[in-house]
Write a protein of this length. Structure first.
Length: 189
C-alpha cells in the first residue's frame, strides 16, 4: 500500500468492492513500513480502509502498537474486527498469534524450533500457511476444538506443496457472516 499512489489505492479499493460480492476471498496483511508513508496517520488510515474491505486480516502487534497504541494483542484484534473482516489474526512473534473469529478469541502459542536459521519473511510464511489452510477447508483453531494448541496446522510443512490463493476461491457462508456453521474455505469454482 505504501508505494501505491492515491489513485491506485482508489482503483484497488473499487476493484475489491466489486470482487467480494462475486465470492472472491480478500485477505490483507498490514505489514507497516514507516519509511514508505508520509506519516503514521496516513498509514493507519489507508490500512484501516483496506482492512475493512477484507475477509481475513493479518496484522502484527508491533504494527498495531505503532499505529494505534494497542495495549494488548486482544485489543488489536477487536479493533480490527470492528472494521469489518470476519477473521483477524494478530501475530505476536515468538509468542504466537491471536485469532478472532466472530466473538471467539483464541491464542495459539508459537512452535519454537530447535534452531532458528533465518527469520526473513517469517510473517509472510505464516500468512501463506494460514491462508492455504483456510482455502483447503481447515477451520481456524478453537480453544475446545481438536486443533486447539496445535498451531502447526497453519504453518507450511517443508517438502509439501500448498495451493496458491487464486481469485476463484470462495469464502464460506460464515466467513461472509451468513451462518454460524464451521468456516471452511474449500469451495471453488
Amino acid at each position: 500500500m505504501q508505494i501505491a499512489s492515491a489513485s491506485a489505492r482508489r482503483a484497488l479499493s473499487t476493484r475489491l468492492r466489486n470482487l467480494r460480492p462475486e465470492g472472491t476471498l480478500v485477505s490483507f496483511d498490514t505489514d507497516y513500513r514507516p519509511s514508505g508513508w508520509h506519516s503514521p496517520q496516513e498509514a493507519a488510515d489507508v490500512m484501516d480502509r483496506f482492512a475493512g474491505l477484507a475477509d481475513i486480516v493479518l496484522a502484527s502487534w508491533d504494527d498495531e502498537t505503532a499505529l494505534h497504541d494497542s495495549l494488548t494483542p486482544e485489543a488489536a484484534a477487536q479493533r480490527l474486527a470492528a472494521l469489518g473482516p470476519c477473521e483477524v489474526i494478530v501475530k505476536t512473534g515468538a509468542d504466537g498469534a491471536h485469532l478472532l473469529v466472530g466473538t471467539q478469541l483464541h491464542h495459539t502459542p508459537a512452535v519454537v524450533p530447535a534452531r532458528v536459521l533465518d527469520t526473513t519473511a517469517a510473517g509472510d510464511a505464516f500468512a501463506g500457511g494460514y491462508l492455504a489452510a483456510r482455502i483447503t477447508g481447515r477451520a481456524p483453531p478453537r480453544p475446545s476444538g481438536p486443533q486447539a494448541g496445535s498451531p502447526q496446522w497453519w504453518s507450511p510443512t517443508p517438502g509439501r506443496s500448498h495451493p496458491r490463493v487464486f481469485r476463484c476461491c470462495q469464502p464460506s457462508d460464515e466467513l461472509r457472516g451468513r451462518s454460524t456453521a464451521d468456516p471452511g474455505l474449500a469451495r471453488r469454482h
